[in-house]
Design a protein around this ligand. Structure first.
Ligand SMILES: NC(=O)c1ccc[n+]([C@@H]2O[C@H](COP(=O)([O-])OP(=O)(O)OC[C@H]3O[C@@H](n4cnc5c(N)ncnc54)[C@H](O)[C@@H]3O)[C@@H](O)[C@H]2O)c1
Length: 362
């Protein structure tokens, strides 16, 4: 069988897509694109070695290359346009999270994928962890019983993308911030909620079996980010902390919290907790980093018992590997794009509730 032709647009997070595709034996990477010189320089030697064509503009790549698989890893305001162009050009598209700026854009991406009969995957990369797969297996085995409560959190003390920690000391002029599209609402659609919360929301919902949301109550704050950015002569137009309660039609509830800045102990705290009638599960990042542990809690013969997933956990396949496999075998990718649309509907409702101060029905 001929190798699948792949291309990647955007070489920040997209650099990982490129490396992921290069590792897959059934893929030939034919082109990449990035507007930034430093990002082009980063891959120039690799492109020469592997005969990969290097473009500046994503749309130029789409118009000139016929590929089977296209990754879209650019700022959020361009997800919809490049994804739709890629699908219409005949590619199966793996788009970065968040799916889009809002639910309306996400729906038009999904409709285009259906009309063009192409796969659309969203890179909810935190599903593709051994600890997440282990949690899903526990839930699916029925050992949790009925899940009625979940709590999912990604809180940073100092961590606004594009602003160095020194920028948080607003009396200092020594900050190293470079500025970034992440805190420009027109390019990002929102702050830590749409950037970090989106991952933890999807993870909790996936584990819960994507129950249908009934209503949402949310709050957003921008108490630290604007001054930190201003100290660097930059504008900050999104929240720096968000929290929400999501109520589902099956009666379950989910609490969600996300921050880029907040006076907490940890620099980086990621947790997803599920409470069920027979057991509880907790995933937490280790030492404030990007590795995870999972614990399972239950009561047996009147005894409270805890058990922990053994480390190192068995390796899990990456989103890139799974997306290629799904295209090659014409099977479903682990992330159903309808899930990502539901996530966008909930995020829209949280922002709307924060704006109006009222619960929002879905
Ligand atoms: N799944 C994850 O864990 C994860 C992690 C980080 C970022 N992301 C997502 O990936 C996307 C990109 O984030 P990032 O951190 O890489 O941002 P980034 O700013 O570091 O990189 C984006 C790159 O896209 C390039 N670009 C922008 N528009 C382009 C165009 N039209 N044509 C060609 N190149 C273009 C920019 O030059 C830049 O190099 C965002 O949607 C973000 O939310 C996901």
């Amino acid at each position: 069988m001929a190798k699948l032709k792949a291309a990647v647009i955007g070489l920040g997070m997209g650099y990982n897509h490129l490396l992921g595709y290069l590792e897959h034996p059934d893929v030939e990477v034919v082109a990449v694109a990035d507007r930034r010189n430093d990002r082009q320089e980063r891959v120039r030697a690799l492109c020469e070695e592997k005969n990969i064509k290097l473009y500046c503009e994503g749309i130029e790549l789409i118009n000139n290359e016929k590929v089977d698989i296209l990754s879209v890893a650019v700022p959020n305001d361009q997800h919809m346009g490049l994804t739709i162009a890629g699908l219409e050009a005949g590619a199966h598209v793996l788009c970065e999270k968040p799916m889009a700026m809002n639910a309306a854009e996400a729906v038009s991406m999904l409709e285009t994928a259906k009309r063009c009969n192409r796969k659309l995957g969203i890179d909810f990369s935190y599903r593709f962890k051994p600890q997440s797969f282990a949690m899903k297996a526990m839930v699916d085995s029925g050992e949790m019983g009925k899940i009625y409560f979940a709590e999912s959190t990604w809180l940073r003390r100092y961590g606004i993308p594009g602003l160095a920690a020194a920028d948080f000391n607003t009396s200092s002029s020594k900050g190293g911030g470079m500025g970034s599209w992440f805190f420009d609402k027109k390019q990002s659609g929102g702050g830590p909620l749409i950037d970090l919360g989106v991952h933890r929301l999807d993870l909790a919902l996936w584990l819960m079996g994507y129950p249908e949301p009934a209503w949402v109550m949310g709050s957003t704050y921008a108490e630290i980010g604007p001054d930190a950015a201003k100290a660097q002569g930059l504008e900050y137009s999104v929240e720096d902390l968000a929290c929400a309660m999501i109520k589902f039609k099956n009666g379950a509830s989910l609490q969600l919290k996300a921050s880029w800045a907040g006076n907490i102990k940890e620099n980086e705290l990621q947790t997803t907790r599920l409470i069920g009638t027979k057991g509880g599960l907790l995933q937490k990042n280790i030492n404030e980093g990007y590795t995870y542990e999972v614990e399972f809690f239950r009561t047996e013969n009147g005894l409270p018992l805890d058990c922990k997933l053994h480390e190192p956990a068995p390796a899990a396949p990456s989103a890139y590997q799974c997306f290629v496999d799904a295209v090659r075998d014409n099977t479903d990718f682990l992330v159903d794009p309808q899930d990502a649309v539901t996530v966008m509907q909930i995020l829209d409702a949280i922002y709307e509730s924060a704006r109006t101060g009222k619960p929002v029905e879905l």
